[in-house]
Design a protein around this ligand. Structure first.
Ligand SMILES: C[S@@+](CC[C@H](N)C(=O)[O-])C[C@H]1O[C@@H](n2cnc3c(N)ncnc32)[C@H](O)[C@@H]1O
Length: 194
C-alpha cells in the first residue's frame, strides 16, 4: 500500500523529539496511543534507540502504520495493537511511558477522561506520560486560530480541546511536571506518576 503521510508530523517531529530525549531518558518501553500514520513512531524509535516503541490505534489505521514499520525495519518498533479508548482495554504491554500526539482534542470528552484515568492507572511509579497537542489553559485559548479550530472540531462532531485544569482533575497520581511550549501554538504536557 502507499504509506499514509502527514505533513504536520514532519513539521512537529523534531521539536517533539527534543523534549522526548529528556522526558524519556530513563524510560524503557513506550506505549503510543493513536499512532495515526505511523510516522512519529518510526522517527522516535529510530532516534531513541534505548526505548521499545509500541504503536496502537483503531484497526482502520493499522495497515498504514504497519507499512511504515515494515519499511523502517527497526529492532525496537512494534506492530500496532488495537486501541480505541472507550472500547478496548489498554494493551497488555509493560510500558513505563506513554506518548500521544494530537489525540486529546479529537477524542470525545469521556474518551479523553478515560485516557487520563487509564494512563494514570497503568504507569508504574515514576512513569512518564508525554501528551502533545493544542489545549486550553485556565479557560483561555492561546491563539485565535486555536479558538476557531476548537469550534470547528465541535461542529464536526469531535470532542474539541480540553482544558489542562480539567485533565488534572481526572487523574490522581499523575502530576504535571512541565508544560513545554511548542511551535504552532501547541503544547507538550509532561506528566509523571508519583
Ligand atoms: C489527528 S490524528 C493524530 C495522529 C498522530 N498521533 C499524529 O500526531 O499525527 C488523531 C488520532 O487519534 C486517534 N483516536 C481518536 N479517538 C481515539 C480513541 N478513542 N482512542 C484511541 N485513539 C483515538 C485516531 O485514530 C487518530 O489516529
Amino acid at each position: 500500500m502507499t504509506k499514509p503521510y502527514s505533513q504536520a508530523c514532519e513539521n512537529n517531529r523534531g521539536p517533539i523529539l527534543s523534549v522526548l530525549k529528556q522526558a524519556f531518558a530513563n524510560s524503557n518501553a513506550v506505549l503510543e496511543i493513536g499512532s495515526g500514520t505511523g510516522q512519529h513512531a518510526v522517527y522516535f524509535a529510530k532516534h531513541l534507540e534505548h526505548l521499545q516503541w509500541f504503536t496502537s490505534d483503531q484497526v482502520q489505521y493499522h495497515e498504514g502504520i504497519q507499512a511504515w514499520i515494515d519499511e523502517a525495519r527497526l529492532f525496537n518498533l512494534h506492530p500496532p495493537s488495537e486501541l480505541k479508548i472507550g472500547q478496548n482495554a489498554i494493551p497488555d504491554i509493560e510500558a513505563d511511558a506513554v506518548f500521544t500526539a494530537n489525540t486529546t482534542h479529537i477524542m470525545q470528552p469521556d474518551e479523553a477522561r478515560q485516557m487520563m484515568i487509564q494512563v494514570d492507572e497503568m504507569l508504574p511509579a515514576s512513569g512518564v506520560f508525554c501528551q502533545y497537542g493544542p489545549f486550553i489553559e485556565n479557560g483561555r485559548f492561546n491563539s485565535q486560530s486555536n479558538d476557531d479550530f476548537h469550534h470547528r472540531l465541535i461542529a464536526q462532531g469531535y470532542g474539541g480541546y480540553q482544558d489542562i485544569v480539567t485533565l488534572k482533575s481526572w487523574v490522581s497520581r499523575l502530576t504535571l511536571r512541565h508544560i513545554h511550549t511548542m511551535p504552532a501554538n501547541n503544547l507538550l504536557l509532561e506528566w509523571v506518576k508519583v
